[in-house]
Every structure is written in C-alpha cells, then in structure tokens.
Design a binder for this molecule. Structure first.
Ligand code: ADP
Ligand code: MG
Length: 334
C-alpha cells in the first residue's frame, strides 16, 4: 500500500495525467504548465488556469484580513496567466462557506477581490456557492489570452541559459513564518506579512518578458524556487545551478532573518508564495534583457543561476562553495 504522502503532489499528477495527455490536438496544451492553452481565433490563444485555497492549509482565517484574502485568491490565479506571458480577461469564483460566517467578512472578501479585478480589468463572470461544514474553500478559475508566438512554457530551457527572477524571494514565506509564531512585532515584519497576505501578480513583467527574444522558459514562483525550478527542470529536461548569494532578498527580510536567526538563503530558496516570475534566458540576450527590464520597471532582473545538463540535477552554491539546503520547497503531501 502506498499513500499519497509517499508520492507527493507531483507524483500524483505524473501518475494520473498520461491518459489525459494522449491524442491531444497539436494546438491544445493540457496538464503540465501554469495554464492550459486552447485554440481561439487567428494567432490568439485562450489560457485557462484554476487555483484553490483551503482554510488552515493556505490561510488561517484569524490571521488574514478578509479583504487581503479576496485579493490573494485572485492574485494566485492571475500569477499563472502572468507566467505564460498572457493577459487575464475573466474569472469564475467557487466558494464553500460555513453558514456561521459573517456577511461583513464576506463583504470585505469581495472588496479585496474587486480591488485587484478592477486594477487588472478582470471580469467576474460566474462561479458556484455551497455550504461547507466548517472550513472556507475558495477556488478561482481565470481565462486569459495570449498571442501564440509569445506564450512561454516551462519547457524550452537549454544548458547555458541563465535563470532570472523578477522579484525578491522569501518575503511571503517569512511573513507566514511570523504568523505561525508570535506574529509581526515591527515595521519590517509587518512588511513581510503584507507580502504574504497581498502578493502582487507580475502580469506586466510577464507580458514584457514574453515580448522579448531569448526567453526560453517561464513560470511563476508559487512553491519556492527550490520546488519551482524542479518543475522547469522536469519539463525542459535539464539541470540548474543556483548561486544562493545572488538571490534577491529584501532589506526587511534580511534584517528579520538576522534578528530571528533564520538562514536567509533557505528562506529565499524554499519559502513559497512570492508570485514573482522565474525565467530562463539565452546567455547572449541577457545584457539586452537586463537593461530593458531596468528601464521598464526601474529595478533589476536578478540573474540567480544557470541551466545545466539534466544529469547534474539542482545544485546550490554560495559563490564557489557547494551548499546543501536544509529546507525544501513546498509539496502538499511531501
Ligand atoms: P500551478 O502551481 O502553476 O497552479 P502546478 O505545478 O500545481 O501548477 O500543477 C502542475 C500541472 O498539473 C498544471 O498544469 C495543473 O493544471 C495540473 N494539475 C494539478 N492538479 C490537477 C488535477 N487535480 N487535475 C488535473 N490537472 C491538475
Ligand atoms: Mg504556476
């Protein structure tokens, strides 16, 4: 007998998906990337993604303001559209709710959802609402669009490519760690908790990168780069080496790690839910893309490592020193 915890979330997906991937038409992409890709009109393609948030697994009701939870619920799905280089268009929201929940809590939840929907011009077009015995479950499916010539997949990274991230790593994981302990006690810690509760989907960054020549693979950072790089490695059949000293870390995380005795490299590599983007870039294009990114976004695109042959797997260095991480990225059943 084997339990789910033995094979993990990704072991399960690998186990059930093959028959559903067989005989798919050439212009249809199913299970395996941040979004499914469906034919639409002309060069345009539909992107579809769905994400679920379960109380006590993805959030603690007492530790996240309802407005932030509404915002975050949409944000995590929009992030998958960003990861393909697309634009989101519409959303469908399914809620399972305990009957005792306060209507004021729900009003605030919808206000948060509306904040982000309005900012990104996403229309809520439907969903489903059911009763739940005691836990809140939120599922949001998002439909987006992209030009087929620009869509970026997890596959496509080649040895020699450089690995980049569009934002600072570990803030959200740090915020979660604080919430699970005594909560934030100062300005730095409140910053981390805010990054955890209200992550911004990198839609502009994704669309910009998708328009650049030389981006060979892209995905969003949802489980921590330690886990997410393995997804790129699996789809691109490659290895990756990461220089931990190059991981972009915010000043609040650096100071908090120092103060609380956290290993800052592990916090950045294994903390999840940053929702920035990971991209592989052809080496000869990197200078141009770095410069363009800085011009467009007024901050740097961080180069954190490079793609290697498959046999080398995922390896970490601090400068030249090989490092073994003490923590792994997130796997639901791992
Ligand atoms: P993401 O974190 O971007 O949402 P995952 O890495 O969790 O994506 O999932 C990998 C792939 O497996 C995705 O293409 C996703 O749609 C698919 N997938 C995950 N769970 C299921 C499921 N229960 N049924 C069908 N496909 C699934
Ligand atoms: Mg994703």
């Amino acid at each position: 007998m084997t339990t789910l915890s033995a094979i993990g979330e990704f072991g399960l997906i690998r186990r059930f998906s093959p028959p559903f991937l067989k005989k798919l038409p050439k212009d249809l992409m199913g299970i395996g990337d941040d979004c499914a890709v469906l034919p639409w009109k002309g060069r345009m393609r539909l992107l579809v993604t769905t994400d679920m948030l379960v109380e006590d697994v993805h959030f603690l009701r007492a530790k996240i303001p309802a407005r932030d939870l509404g915002y975050k619920s949409l944000s995590v799905s929009l992030s998958d559209i960003a990861a393909m280089g697309g634009r989101p268009e519409s959303a469908f929201l399914s809620l399972a709710l305990p009957a005792e929940i306060r209507v004021e809590w729900l009003d605030a939840f919808f206000r948060g959802l509306k904040d982000l929907a309005a900012a990104e011009r996403v229309r809520l077009l439907g969903g489903d609402t059911t009763k739940s015995p005691d836990l809140i479950i939120i599922n949001i499916a998002v439909i987006g669009r992209a030009d087929r010539e620009r869509i970026k997949f997890r596959s496509g990274a080649k040895p020699g490519d450089l690995i980049c991230v569009t934002g600072e790593l570990g803030d959200s994981g740090g915020g979660l760690r604080l919430l699970l302990k005594d909560g934030p006690v100062d300005k730095d810690e409140r910053y981390l908790v805010r990054k955890h509760n209200r992550p911004r989907p990198h839609l502009e960054e994704g669309a910009w990168l998708a328009g650049q020549d030389g981006i060979t693979a892209m995905m969003d950072v949802s489980d921590g780069i330690d886990s997410d790089l393995r997804r790129i490695m699996e789809r691109s059949r490659c290895g990756v080496v990461v220089d931990l000293e190059r991981l972009p870390v915010s000043a609040p995380l650096r100071r908090t790690a120092e103060k609380r005795g956290w290993n800052v490299h592990e916090a950045a590599a294994a903390g999840g839910e940053d929702y920035c983007l990971l991209a592989a870039v052809r080496a000869e294009r990197i200078k141009k893309i770095e410069t363009g990114f800085r011009k467009r976004f007024c901050r740097s695109l961080a180069v954190i490592g490079r793609v290697t042959e498959r046999t080398t797997g995922l390896r970490y260095f601090a400068g030249r020193l090989p490092i073994k991480l003490g923590r792994r990225g997130f796997d639901h059943f791992g």
